[in-house]
Ligand binder design. Structure first.
Ligand SMILES: Nc1ncnc2c1ncn2[C@@H]1O[C@H](COP(=O)(O)OP(=O)(O)OP(=O)(O)O)[C@@H](O)[C@H]1O
Ligand SMILES: [Mg+2]
Length: 234
């Protein structure tokens, strides 16, 4: 279980997260939705140790993540797929995937992880030797997801995985994420594709100006009038 309690994050005087609490149970897929600038990326970056928490608690499987370096958080099994994919464009698909398994625990399973990843993303097997920067947006997102799988995550933190993708490709990405969750990977998914993400999630949280304003079972959120008006355009 991922437990975040009373998390505060500040950028100088800006209080980007103001006492946020959230839980992701083992095996669940949880959606975090919210408008631009709500603090969603800040939340993931605080969990993964990229930015410090001013106060509050973050733990995964009972171990505190507060104050750990990003490497350590990754070693604990918490792996972020960053906004904008952040691939190494001048490296091949294969090399990008290997980068995902750079920590010793993951490196040991390199061959087995490669096989698993190519089963999930058969297209990447064909593109192994291609430079990542020359792939289409959808393909690059697949590489970003595949690279995270190479790290053997217990918890995936997904930041806007469908950003900038055509609707058909975005739908494919959501299917892949749902499939990864079915395989037992716990996930916290940020997406402005509210309908898509609540359709595959079990539970959802709405973040507004650094605070959680609504949370509940995904089905309930889809029926919530406030969400229909503000996020589903209904
Ligand atoms: N490094 C930073 N320094 C100062 N302010 C920042 C920094 N990063 C983010 N912010 C501010 O913190 C707030 C939350 O930003 P964040 O990136 O977490 O939002 P978001 O919900 O991910 O938005 P988006 O949907 O646009 O990605 C915004 O007001 C943003 O301007
Ligand atoms: Mg963001």
């Amino acid at each position: 279980m991922l437990v975040v309690e009373d998390l505060e994050v500040r950028y100088q005087e800006l209080r980007a997260l103001q006492g946020v609490s959230l839980r992701v149970a083992e095996g669940d897929l949880v959606a975090l939705i919210g408008s631009n600038g709500a603090g969603k990326t800040t939340m993931l970056n605080a969990i993964s140790g990229l930015i410090p928490a001013a106060s509050g608690r973050i733990s995964w499987r009972g171990n505190s993540l507060v104050g750990l370096s990003p490497d350590r958080v990754c070693m604990a099994g918490v792996v972020q797929v960053p906004e904008g994919r952040k691939l190494f464009p001048k490296m091949t698909v294969e090399e990008n995937l290997e980068m995902g398994a750079y920590l010793p625990a993951a490196r040991k399973h390199l061959a087995e992880s490669r096989k698993a990843v190519f089963e999930i993303f058969p297209l990447l097997a064909e593109r192994e030797k291609q430079l990542a920067g020359s792939l289409s947006g959808g393909e690059q997102q697949m590489v970003a997801l595949a690279r995270a799988i190479m790290a053997k995550p217990g918890l995936l933190l997904l930041d806007e995985p469908s950003l900038g993708l055509a609707p058909v490709i975005a739908a494919e990405i959501f299917q892949v994420i749902e499939g990864l969750n079915r395989k037992g990977i716990t996930a916290l998914l940020i997406s402005q594709e509210v309908l898509h993400s609540l359709n595959i999630a079990k539970y959802g949280y709405v973040l507004e100006n650094g605070k959680i304003t609504i949370h509940g079972k995904a089905g309930q959120l889809l029926d919530d009038q406030r969400i229909k008006e503000s996020y589903l355009g209904l």
